[in-house]
Write a protein that binds this ligand. Structure first.
Ligand code: GRF
Length: 198
């Protein structure tokens, strides 16, 4: 049973999906939910499920010292794996390297397309016929780590960014627990910069 730390900023619906999967038999246990934002929705979800939470404000701290506090909290909780779930802060290279192969993120596009922000707006502007979500290993370069799992959804004519975001979010909630399960069971690993399966 792998111990998991989840980093959230805000709403935390993906955290909710990870908690729901855990409650119906998963090879992981969420040991700690961390946020830099006091009162983040994700913290309330964790508390309701009886999961330990901690808020580590980032204001007035360098990226490195904030990340060192995150690292210390995760290690104090004996965490094996870390999931970013809507964590809207860029992590330092040092943090990404320290957790290499154990740190994953979910991004609302079919990576490597549409890294970064304003994803749904850009997908619609470009006239794409499909979009989706990706779970990937985190490496120092933003949204560039090897993909573990992806799922796609259609982009409908006349879609708004909000409508597309909602469609993508729905598949995120299945994709993230499935990808975390693969990692927790050792069925995927990061090797020489590649996601290796089996
Ligand atoms: C999701 O769309 C995720 O892909 C992105 O941020 C959003 C987080 O949503 N990284 P939630 O906080 O999990 O509801």
């Amino acid at each position: 049973m792998k111990k998991v730390g989840v980093l959230v900023c805000c709403r935390g619906s993906n955290l909710g999906a990870l908690i729901a999967a855990q409650q119906s038999a998963a090879p992981y246990e969420i040991a700690l939910v961390l946020s830099n934002i006091e009162g983040a929705g994700g913290l309330a979800r964790a508390e309701a499920a009886g999961i330990a939470t901690q808020t580590i404000p980032h204001k007035g701290k360098s990226r490195e010292s904030f990340d060192a506090e995150l690292d210390a909290a995760l290690r104090a909780a004996n965490v094996d794996l870390v999931c970013l779930a809507g964590f809207m802060r860029i992590l330092s290279d040092g943090f990404a390297r320290a957790w290499e192969g154990k740190l994953i993120n979910i991004h609302p596009s079919l990576l490597p397309a549409y890294k970064g922000t304003r994803v749904h707006e850009r997908v619609i502007e470009a006239g794409e016929a499909q979009s989706g979500a990706s779970v990937h290993f985190v490496v120092p370069e933003l949204d560039a780590g090897p993909v573990i799992a992806q799922a796609s959804v259609p982009v409908h004519p006349g879609d708004t960014p909000e409508a597309l975001a909602a469609r993508v979010l729905e598949i995120e909630h299945t994709l993230y627990p499935a990808a975390l399960r693969l990692l927790a069971e050792g069925r995927v690993r990061l090797e020489n910069g590649l996601a290796v399966f089996g």
